[in-house]
Design a protein around this ligand. Structure first.
Ligand code: F3S
Length: 411
């Protein structure tokens, strides 16, 4: 891979140990992926964020790079905190876990991270423009950035993302190159109406299974999906498959029509998705027929203020069943707005718990011993059994709220 004189000097240690290490790692990765060069990026989003996934080795490595003088030179945001940022004790976080999480936090803060602690950085804290090259890691955010915004990023990994932040560069490979962004598989959506909200994550889940890591082109989406719907679709597709870019014709900026989405190429494969397929996918996402619900978890990806308000509206002043825990996960900015709007107070009086800056998948939830997790999230449905130790019921937010009030599925 070609390195400029300045990059070679960094490799020789001219700017200190951390940039040198970062250049060694990115040069190696560039070579493996046959990149011609490094390109500038406008931002980074990190996934070395939670002790649950970083483990001791991740914490030690982050500390070492910080001690070596690592400093982010482009805006660098970070995924959710590994425990409830407001009340980790109330969330039953083990002391050792909390201590390691705080070490990790201190290390990334020392490097200059923007501590948004959210998987939805694109809601204003880290918002690339169309065509911008960025280096993001969180799979749902990567799929959103490529699909909805038209920014360009591969799915980076922990530590490599830190190196990108330190150098403000990434190898020019994969989705940074126009020729790798064209569609491969055509999926005709056979729906004579706009999708309902739960159908977006179900579609994402199905697409992830169908596509794996291939680029799908979805034709036939009616109406004007909310950005929250696209958020849940992208998250589910990136979880059940390794989807990093979808072309949703008429939605994705570089897919205004089929010709643009495929760049003149022929699809390698074609298939159809019907509304019945979405219902079947929903059924397959549920792992239990039991109607008792002891845990409702919403906010994967993090709930927006609109979604929090929707739950408030759906509750209509009713209380959560005492046998059911109802938790909403959101970043501190959405929570602040919910406080200003009086929503948080009402929700908490109804028995809802707001969990700040973390999520059900990357915080230690299993110790609560919940049996059945009900959610409106395709991504949470995918990871929930392994990460929370529960069965899953995937449903609409309306059904989640009704079940939380009743303590069981509505008849
Ligand atoms: Fe975000 Fe956690 Fe889901 S990081 S996408 S809420 S698994």
């Amino acid at each position: 891979m070609y390195l400029t004189d300045q990059e070679k000097a960094i490799l020789d240690g001219a700017q200190g140990k951390a940039p040198q290490l970062a250049m060694e790692i990115l040069a190696k990765i560039g070579e493996i992926n046959e990149a011609d060069r490094l390109i500038p990026i406008s931002s980074v989003h990190l996934v070395l964020h939670a002790y649950k996934s970083a483990f001791d080795a991740g914490v030690d490595t982050a500390e070492k790079i910080a001690e070596m003088g690592g400093q982010f030179i482009v805006p660098t945001t970070i995924d959710p905190y590994g425990m409830d940022a407001e009340d980790w004790k109330g969330a039953r976080t083990p002391d050792h876990y909390a201590a390691q999480q705080i070490r990790l936090e201190n290390a990334v803060m020392k490097m200059g991270v923007v501590p948004v602690w959210t998987c939805t950085p694109y809601y204003g804290f880290n918002l690339p423009r169309f065509g911008d090259n960025v280096a993001w890691s969180e799979s749902s955010a990567v799929a959103y950035a490529n699909t909805v915004i038209g920014a360009r990023t591969n799915r980076q990994t922990a530590i490599v993302d830190i190196c990108c932040g330190i150098l403000g560069k990434t190898p020019e490979t994969g989705l940074h190159l126009q020729q790798n962004r064209y569609g491969e598989v055509l999926v005709r959506l056979k729906a004579d109406r706009e999708l309902k909200s739960w159908e977006y994550p179900a579609l994402g889940y199905l697409l992830g299974k169908k596509l794996g890591s291939r680029i799908g082109v979805v034709e036939g989406m009616k109406g004007d999906p909310r950005h929250e719907d696209l958020k849940s679709l992208c998250a589910a597709a990136a979880a059940s498959g390794s989807v990093t870019l979808l072309h949703i014709v008429g939605v994705t900026p570089e897919a205004r029509n089929l010709q643009e989405a495929f760049g003149g190429n022929k699809p390698l494969e074609e298939s159809e998705v019907t509304l019945k397929d979405l219902q079947d996918t929903r059924d397959a996402m549920c792992t239990t027929k039991d109607d008792k619900v002891d845990f409702v978890a919403l906010g994967c990806p993090h709930y927006t203020i609109n979604e929090i308000k929707q739950v408030h509206n759906l509750l209509k002043g009713r209380k959560i069943n005492p046998g059911t825990s109802f938790w909403i996960y959101a970043n501190s900015y959405a929570i602040k707005l919910a406080e200003k709007m009086g929503l948080r107070r009402d929700l908490e009086e109804a028995g809802v718990v707001i969990r700040a800056e973390t999520c059900m998948i990357i915080s230690p939830v299993a110790s609560w011993g919940f049996k059945t997790l009900m959610t409106d999230s395709g991504k949470c449905s995918y990871y929930g059994p392994a990460e929370c130790g529960t069965d899953i019921i995937f449903a609409s937010v309306e059904e989640c709220v009704e079940a939380a009030v009743l303590g069981r599925l509505p008849k």
